[in-house]
Design a protein around this ligand. Structure first.
Ligand SMILES: [Zn+2]
Length: 330
């Protein structure tokens, strides 16, 4: 049976949300190459100096920090990452704002698809509500979250430098790893924040529209059903809650929120259990992971066993996939 129009439309909207998010992530990633270019010669010089000083031993941090080459690298890295951070902040703010507005307008359409054929009218959220939505989304200001970027990347690169020189690994490889596994953690932080906030802003825009509509008391959570979906989101799929209440989420949660119009007949749709049961074993295993898959396939666990919610004082209810060792204990 085909899903109702509102579910189909929400799926189309969510795909667009993800495309917009990917485009902004791509911009963040390509701008990062400027950071790498600016630091290339500093990293090379530092690695060679560290190798000479180490003489096959692990360099004590106190010795490393006193090397002129290290201080130069650090100062330069802070400089360029701070410049990148300013760029990222502007870019993220812009994207979050845009996703929040799409959240409102898409949410309006999801109400309209259901209400209009029945001649039910509803209120539309004023556009200046956008600032409240941003405040709701950015509980911790973006600048504060991004401030952790530089120490994260520089710290990780320094660890790699210390380990690799102690093992006598060749300087080109060490330099490469300092970028790929060390400094890149600064970039990852920006990408993660960007993705998470955009998804939250979009959802908050829709939820605020539902709250303002006057005809929506509840919403239904709908997972993005693909091979990247997590067990927790799948098990929460189809759950309904009051629009006034906070939704349990994990970082980068891609679930959609479908408005339930007061007084209208119930709609049915392909729920997560049915969808999951139809997936080939390979996809099921990719989603659940091997251990959970074995329990599921043996009939020893169902999807609902895989989700847990705990309360975070700042971020509200947090959704988690139950770790395998806890599943076995039950
Ligand atoms: Zn999930």
């Amino acid at each position: 049976m085909a899903d109702p129009l509102v579910i189909e439309q929400a799926r189309v909207f969510k795909a667009r949300v993800l495309l917009r998010e990917e485009a902004s992530t791509q911009a963040l990633v390509s701008r990062w190459s400027q950071v790498e270019q600016a630091l290339g010669t500093h990293v090379d010089a530092l690695v060679n100096r560290a190798l000479a000083v180490s003489a096959g031993q692990r360099i004590p941090v106190s010795v490393l920090y006193h090397l002129e080459r290290y201080q130069e690298f650090q100062a330069q890295a802070i400089d360029v990452i701070l410049a990148y951070q300013a760029y990222a902040e502007g870019r993220i703010d812009e994207s979050v704002r845009s996703q929040a507005i799409f959240g409102i307008t898409d949410g309006t359409q999801l109400i309209g698809i259901q209400a209009t054929p029945f001649g039910i009218s509803f209120n539309i959220l004023p556009v200046d509500a956008i600032n409240e939505i941003i405040a709701l989304t950015e509980i911790e200001p973006v600048a504060e979250v991004l401030a952790r970027m530089a120490p994260l990347g520089i710290g990780a690169a320094t660890q790699i430098l210390i380990q690799n020189t102690a093992m006598g690994i060749n300087p080109r490889r060490t330099a490469r790893e300092m970028f790929a596994q060390g400094l890149s953690q600064s970039l990852n932080q920006a990408v993660l924040v960007n993705r998470d906030l955009q998804l939250r802003a979009y959802r908050n825009g829709s939820l605020e529209q539902y709250r303002a509509s006057g005809i929506v008391d509840q919403f239904q959570r709908t997972a993005t059903k693909d091979s990247r979906v997590c067990p927790a989101c799948l098990s929460k799929d189809g759950e309904r809650q009051d629009v006034a209440d906070l939704m349990a989420l994990h970082t980068q949660d891609r679930c959609s929120v479908i408005p339930i119009i007061r007084g209208l007949p119930e709609f049915t749709y392909t729920n997560a259990q049915d969808w999951f049961a139809e997936q080939p074993p390979g996809v099921q295993m990719e989603i659940l992971g091997q251990g959970r898959y074995r329990l599921y396939a043996a009939g020893q666990a169902t999807l609902s066993d895989f989700a847990a919610v705990h309360q975070d004082p700042t971020w509200g209810p947090q959704l988690k996939t139950v770790p395998l060792n806890q599943l076995r204990r039950n």
